[in-house]
Structures are given as structure tokens and as C-alpha cells.
Design a protein around this ligand. Structure first.
Ligand SMILES: Nc1ncnc2c1ncn2[C@@H]1O[C@H](COP(=O)(O)OP(=O)(O)OP(=O)(O)O)[C@@H](O)[C@H]1O
Length: 276
């Protein structure tokens, strides 16, 4: 298994051991051509995400958070600059299935059971049946959904559905997890619980996580680094290293250290604010 995530140095099974970044963006630029003219979604974005980091992206609507995540996933194609994932192009990384992607909505197929939804990418990738069974069992345990394999999505709460979608993204053991506001639609209590579970899962699996959120407390609670972005054009305005310990009970949110980081994020958001 890998080293301590905080050490930013380690490797997954069969992975190249390196202190170098897992995701690296250099002068990344993306302009969408629309009927109303060009939209400069990303401008001059430079960032390195190291192995085992938990990096959150925060910023007002339209600042390019999703677009940046989609560039990492090769779902959008930059119009300038470069992005590499696991040392290769985003396209090669996608083909090598280097990441799991969790969307804002759980996006589970209603006609498939929870187990069937988690199994789907494994079927597509051609894993044999025994391996599929073992993986589905393991990832459902990881997200604490063991016992729900035969249920259908509509039989689960919104939070449980989102956990199932995380299990699906974990099923094929990608080292990188890209998460686009996965808990945005959930109420605060459920979100708190899922934040706690996600941190435990991250500690256990030592994935590299890139996580988009609108919530300052969520970003501060989860992250080893917080990337603050600003719109028109979308760009990075601050990158904040978290001084918080790896062990984070929810009560940490009442500590001065937590409030100090949250304050800095808020200041960063305010500084990058552009009046409409
Ligand atoms: N496919 C597209 N075609 C045209 N414009 C787009 C497209 N995707 C995104 N944009 C525009 O690019 C900008 C950045 O969008 P993006 O979704 O990345 O922002 P965001 O920070 O994730 O916003 P939100 O927090 O609301 O999800 C916005 O102005 C958006 O309207």
C-alpha cells in the first residue's frame, strides 16, 4: 500500500513511486465558443496535485471549478496550456481508467440494483464474475452500504445513493477520485456524516482526491489544500495549505485553527469577487 497521504509521496499497487504530482496543470486555458460569443472559463491555471492529497476547489458559480475537473477527466479539452494525469495526457489517463468520477447527482440506473450499478463499470471493463462480486462487496463495505446490494436506488435515501455512486467510482481501484459537488444537494446533517465518512475512506484507501464544493466548512474540514477560484475569466486566486491534523473529528470545526483557515478562504473569495 501507499505511504501516509500527508507525506505526498507514495504509490498504489503497481504504480510508479514518485514525489511528483499526480495531476499537473500548466497555463491551462479554456475558452468555450458559444452563440453569445466566447466564454473564458479557465485562464492561466497552474496547479500540481501530489499523490494522496485531498484538494478542494471553491469559488463562486461560473469560476470554472467543474470545467477544471472535467479537463482532468478529459471530458473537456483545453484551448491552451497542458494538463497531465499520472504523468501522461488526460486522454491517456482516461483510457487507462486512472480516475473515478463522482457527479453532483448520484446518477444511478433505477432499473439496476445498488450492486448492479456498482458492478456496471466492472462489466464494461470485462472483469470476470468472481472478481466483480468481490469488488462490489468490498466497495459497498467501504461506503458502509453492505447489506444494500439487492436494493434499488429508490429504496435508499439521497445520502445513501450518493455513497453508492462513490462506491461505483471506487470499484475499479483508480488511484484518483474526482468529485464534483457530490454532497451539494443533501441536508447539512447528512452532509456532515458523509464528510466524516469520506475522510475515513480517504485515510483508508489513500486516494488522491480533487473535490469541488461551494461550502467553506466542507472545504476546510476535508482538505489538505484548498484552491480558491474566481470568475470572468476563471482562474486560481489562492492556494491554502491546511495546518489541520489528519485526524479530524467534526468538533474540529469549533477550533481556532479551523476558523482561521475558513477566514482565509473567505477573504480569498472576497478578494476574487467581481461585481456583475
Ligand atoms: N459546455 C459549455 N459551453 C459553453 N460554456 C460553458 C460550458 N461549460 C461551462 N461553460 C461556462 O464556463 C464557465 C465556467 O463554468 P463551470 O461550470 O466550470 O463553473 P463552476 O465554477 O463549476 O460553476 P458552478 O459552481 O455553478 O457549478 C461558466 O461561465 C459556464 O457558463
Amino acid at each position: 500500500m501507499k505511504d501516509n497521504p500527508a507525506g505526498a509521496c507514495g504509490a498504489g499497487e503497481g504504480q510508479f513511486v514518485s514525489k511528483e504530482s499526480v495531476i499537473s496543470a500548466r497555463q491551462l486555458d479554456l475558452t468555450f465558443r458559444t452563440g453569445d460569443g466566447p466564454v473564458h472559463a479557465l485562464k492561466d491555471v497552474n496547479l500540481d496535485i501530489r499523490r494522496g492529497e485531498f484538494v478542494s476547489f471553491i469559488g463562486p458559480s461560473g469560476c470554472g471549478k467543474t470545467t477544471f475537473l472535467r479537463c482532468m477527466a478529459d471530458l473537456e479539452h483545453p484551448t491552451g496550456g497542458e494538463i497531465s494525469v499520472n504523468g501522461v495526457s488526460a486522454e491517456a489517463a482516461r483510457r487507462a481508467r486512472a480516475y473515478g468520477y463522482v457527479f453532483q447527482a448520484a446518477g444511478l440506473y433505477p432499473w439496476r440494483t445498488i450492486g448492479g450499478n456498482v458492478r456496471l463499470p466492472l462489466e464494461i471493463m470485462g472483469y470476470d464474475r468472481a472478481d466483480q462480486d468481490a469488488r462490489v462487496k468490498r466497495v459497498l463495505e467501504l461506503v458502509e452500504l453492505d447489506g444494500f446490494e439487492r436494493k434499488y436506488p429508490w429504496q435508499l435515501s439521497g445520502g445513501m445513493q450518493q455513497r453508492a455512486s462513490i462506491a461505483r467510482a471506487l470499484a475499479f481501484d483508480a488511484d484518483i477520485l474526482l468529485m464534483d459537488e457530490p454532497f451539494g444537494a443533501l441536508d447539512e446533517i447528512v452532509r456532515d456524516h458523509l464528510n466524516e465518512q469520506l475522510l475515513k475512506l480517504w485515510a483508508r484507501t489513500e486516494k488522491t482526491i480533487a473535490f469541488v464544493t461551494h461550502s467553506i466548512p466542507e472545504a476546510v474540514y476535508l482538505s489538505t489544500r484548498i484552491v480558491v477560484m474566481s470568475p470572468r475569466p476563471g482562474r486560481i486566486t489562492d492556494v491554502i495549505e491546511s495546518p489541520l491534523p489528519a485526524e479530524r473529528p467534526l468538533e474540529i470545526r469549533d477550533t481556532q485553527a479551523f476558523l482561521d483557515v475558513a477566514h482565509r478562504v473567505r477573504e480569498g473569495l472576497r478578494a476574487g469577487h467581481v461585481d456583475d
